[in-house]
Design a protein around this ligand. Structure first.
Ligand code: CUA
Length: 219
């Protein structure tokens, strides 16, 4: 198996990668079949003195076959991946950590609800581009956009979600390895798009407690 994807630090990363590789190998085989046939035809039917040109008007049987095969492959892939996508995109496992992330030209505005767990109160803490989360815990992200469409992308979490002005999108992840990782914006959003880069900081349990204590010292 190929191994050129970035490392995965997500609890669902392995399943997503497996599925990615299945699609990757299917399309690779199809690519070589199509390209191989084209090259073969180029050589086999190249110009030759005296050869007569024959016109073909298509082959209905062949067309039905490759349409049906492709359709069946698509349906099977959709059915096989359905439980995984539901788990990632439709279900929201319970969590005590909620962070609001707002895309704006050209930063990720990160808002923590503070010890009371509620947004819009005195103890909220806001900072640009630094997303602190605990390791081995489900984290909810409330994703918003202030101006234009941005896309919240964490390659090591295999997580990508567009942020749309006027909408609040809930998503979740569980990181299983402490460290610092990139949060690039994955949607062209203006002249500063390429510099729109946040940092995901996954803390060990003790580190996270220390960060909470230093951020909300009076609690
Ligand atoms: Cu925000 Cu690109």
């Amino acid at each position: 198996m190929l191994d050129w994807l970035p490392p995965s630090i997500s609890t669902v990363g392995g399943e997503i990668d497996k599925f990615f590789y299945v699609i990757y190998y299917i399309t690779t085989v199809v690519f070589f079949l199509v390209a191989g046939t084209m090259i073969y035809f180029l050589i086999r039917y190249r110009y030759k003195e005296g050869r007569e040109v024959k016109y073909t008007h298509g082959n209905t049987t062949l067309e039905i076959i490759w349409t049906v095969v492709t359709l069946v492959a698509l349906i099977v892939l959709a059915l096989v991946s359905k439980p995984l996508w539901s788990k990632i995109k439709q279900e929201l496992p319970p969590s005590s950590t909620v962070v609001q992330v707002t895309g704006k030209q050209f930063n990720w505005e990160i808002l923590y609800p503070g010890p009371d767990g509620m947004f819009g109160t005195e103890d909220d803490y806001q900072i640009d581009n630094l997303l602190h989360v605990p390791v081995n815990q489900v984290v909810h992200i409330k994703l918003k956009a202030l101006d234009v469409i941005h896309s919240f992308f964490v390659p090591v979490l295999r997580l990508k979600q567009d942020a749309l002005p006027g909408r609040e999108i809930m998503m979740w992840f569980e990181a299983n390895k402490p460290g610092e990782y990139e949060i690039p914006c994955a949607e062209l959003c203006g002249f500063g798009h390429s510099g729109m880069l946040g940092k995901l900081i996954v803390h060990s349990a003790e580190d996270y407690d220390a960060w909470v204590k230093s951020t909300w010292p009076e609690n």
